[in-house]
Each structure stands twice: as C-alpha cells, then as structure tokens.
Design a protein around this ligand. Structure first.
Ligand SMILES: [Zn+2]
Length: 172
C-alpha cells in the first residue's frame, strides 16, 4: 500500500486515523546527498489523534534500508534504519513548550504536511554520524584498491561529518 502524498493532519486526527504503507526512497530529496543510491522503500505506520489542547498528534514508526558509502572501506553497504516518533503540530515556539512527555514539536504553517518530508526528517535525524559497515569484517576492500579499480567518482558521496568525526577519534 502506498501512503498518500499529503497528510491533512487535523482531519486525520479528528478521525483518529491509522495508516500504514510505503514511500519510495528516491522521493526523499534532502536525504539523497547522504546516499550512494536512492533504491528501496521506507515502510511506515502513522497514528493520528488530538492532544489535550486539540492539536493534531502523529505517532508512528518508519523503517528502511539505505544504500550508503562506508567511510572506512568506501564500499556501498546497506544501512538499516528504524525510527519511532511522537509529534504534535504546533504553530510557534511558545506552543512548542506545552508538550506531553516524549512528544516533539512539528512546526508547520498549515494542517497539511508532505508524507515524504515528514518521514524523511525522522530518518535524517537517525542517520549514523559516520556511515560505516556495522561489522568491521565486512570492510574487505581498502580505499586504494577501490580507486585502482576505477569505481570511485560521482557515486561516492562522503558524509561531510566523517572527517570531523575522524579528527575527534584521534584526539581521544
Ligand atoms: Zn566498510
């Protein structure tokens, strides 16, 4: 099942809707620079309700597997990502202070939000600081060998935080 392109948050909250489905990862434009390729889908479940101030809430989870470039061996690997979220629609900073425990503000000008952008924001927050094979033994090829094989180039999108993280590790 495909999720709708846009979520009418107030309407869905009043109906206490529950929906589940998928969106293609290639639709996530802001996530794209962190990926080796935009293959795959994100599976998600969303539950809507009103909070005590009658503001729309959206709770749910999303999970996917992203193609990322390992910053240790420069090979593409599959990074599983799984997030849970509890959001309340707020109009401004002052409203954001009156939130139930565990809820995060979703700051919007309207009641409508793009499904892809909502899920994408949650995934971006959960990205690893340094993209890397989960198991070091999976890093088979060294960077030099990869360069020699001619497979470097535009498919490599190093995480801009990787160099910084490497510096930090050296200082420890
Ligand atoms: Zn690796």
């Amino acid at each position: 099942m495909t999720l709708p392109d846009y979520l009418e948050l107030r309407l869905l909250a009043e109906q206490q809707s529950i929906m589940a489905g998928r969106v293609p990862n290639r639709a996530m434009q802001r996530l794209r620079p962190s990926l080796a390729d935009a293959s795959g889908e994100t599976e998600a479940e969303l539950r809507f309700a009103l909070d005590p101030f009658r503001r729309p809430m959206v709770s749910g989870w999303a999970r996917t597997e992203l193609s990322m470039v390992c910053q240790r061996c420069l090979q593409v690997y599959r990074q599983p990502l799984s997030v849970r979220f509890d959001l309340v629609l707020v109009r401004g900073e002052s409203e954001a202070e009156r939130l139930a425990d565990g809820f995060e503000p979703l700051l919007l000008d309207s009641d409508r939000v793009s499904t892809v952008e909502l899920l994408e924001d949650e995934l971006i927050l959960a990205l690893p600081i340094v993209a890397m094979h989960l198991d070091e033994r999976d890093c088979r090829l060294q960077a030099g060998e990869l360069a020699a094989s001619g497979e470097t180039g535009e498919q490599l999108k190093p995480n801009p935080f990787a160099a910084l993280a490497a510096l930090k590790r050296k200082q420890v």
